[in-house]
Design a protein around this ligand. Structure first.
Ligand SMILES: Nc1nc2c(ncn2[C@@H]2O[C@H](COP(=O)(O)OP(=O)(O)OP(=O)(O)O)[C@@H](O)[C@H]2O)c(=O)[nH]1
Ligand SMILES: [Mg+2]
Length: 305
């Protein structure tokens, strides 16, 4: 793709042309030749969207919940994008989008964009590709990006780091499986959801989770709220959409995904560095001072250290 074509694609995508958006996402996802240029062009526009991750064991109702949340955010007029990372059930399937009428409503909705991503075959890793996709959607003006992943492996834990808010979905009666979740995802969860609350055992599961939180060596003082939802009917989902936001996100959020809004530290260090960073693009490693530069060492002296 020539750079003119790349720029044209960006322009059409920014106008809301869904086919152009899909094509643009493929360019960055597959690391096509125009990817770097596209990302550079869009980079200054990133850092505005609210990125929400929905993760948890297979079949817990993540897609159903994501669909409900998308509807709830659409009611507040935000343009919403959904990124489903390796959904075992395809996102176009009936179960995910509720009844057929609702599904058609969603697909006709100009303000909603849905993207499925395979979890395998990404040069540079799934987390990096996901952050690129999220950054593009952010730059294109989607106010809310919902990212669904199956939270079982280490790689998914890495993926979920690109989001601002992690919502961990569990279901009643998980039993010992709940212990398996605890290892990675519970530590980074901002909100815990016991979905399928219409089934028996929701209160016990909520209690188990609360207990695990008190036992876990959580690194921050954040106490994730534990919410009960029935995504199938939408009950309790409003509470999730309004759940409190965590303020501090160690190793997460816009900086972790290389988005453009300068952190307080970057702002202090001044615009020159931010501009340099913008020129280098979102995948560049952070700019660090050369070792010894502050002490005024020569290159030879530095090398000898
Ligand atoms: N009883 C009940 N069933 C639900 C609820 N939410 C979702 N389901 C059903 O649970 C099944 C799985 O829902 P999905 O939304 O596909 O779950 P998922 O977590 O996205 O599944 P994977 O992407 O395959 O991991 C579907 O048959 C849903 O209709 C709920 O609140 N109550
Ligand atoms: Mg799903």
């Amino acid at each position: 793709m020539t750079s003119v074509a790349g720029t044209d694609l960006v322009a059409r995508a920014r106008d809301g042309d869904k086919r152009a958006i899909a094509r643009l996402l493929s360019v960055v996802e597959n690391d096509e030749p125009a990817a770097a240029e596209v990302l550079r062009e869009l980079y200054p526009l990133t850092g505005r969207a609210r990125i929400i991750g929905v993760t948890g064991p297979p079949g817990g109702g993540k897609s159903t919940l994501v669909n409900r949340l998308a509807g709830a955010y659409r009611e507040h007029n935000a343009r919403v994008a959904v990124v489903a990372v390796d959904p075992s059930s395809p996102f176009s399937g009936g179960a995910l989008l509720g009844d057929r009428i609702r599904m058609q409503e969603r697909f006709l909705d100009e303000g909603l964009f849905i993207r499925s991503m395979a979890s395998r075959g990404h040069a540079g890793g799934l987390a990096r590709t996901t952050s690129r996709v999220v950054n593009v959607l952010d730059a294109l003006g989607y106010g809310v990006v919902l990212v669904e992943t199956v939270g079982v492996g280490q790689e998914e834990v890495e993926v979920i780091r690109v989001v601002d808010t992690v919502c961990l979905v569990t279901v009643p009666g998980l039993g010992d499986d709940i212990q398996a979740i605890k290892a990675g995802v519970l530590e980074i969860a901002d909100v815990l959801v016991v979905n399928k609350a219409d089934r028996p055992g929701a209160d016990e599961t909520a209690r188990d989770l609360a207990q695990m939180l008190t036992l876990g060596k959580l690194r921050t003082s954040w106490k994730p709220p534990i919410l009960r939802t029935t995504a199938a009917t939408g009950e309790g989902v409003g509470a999730r959409a309004q759940a409190p936001r965590r303020r501090a996100h160690p190793g997460r959020g816009p900086a972790a995904r290389g988005a453009g809004t300068p952190s307080a530290g970057q702002a202090r260090r001044g615009p020159r560095r931010a501009r340099r960073r913008a020129r280098r693009g979102p995948d560049a490693r952070p700019i660090r001072r050369r070792r010894g530069a502050a002490e005024g060492l020569t290159n030879a002296q530095r090398g000898a250290r």
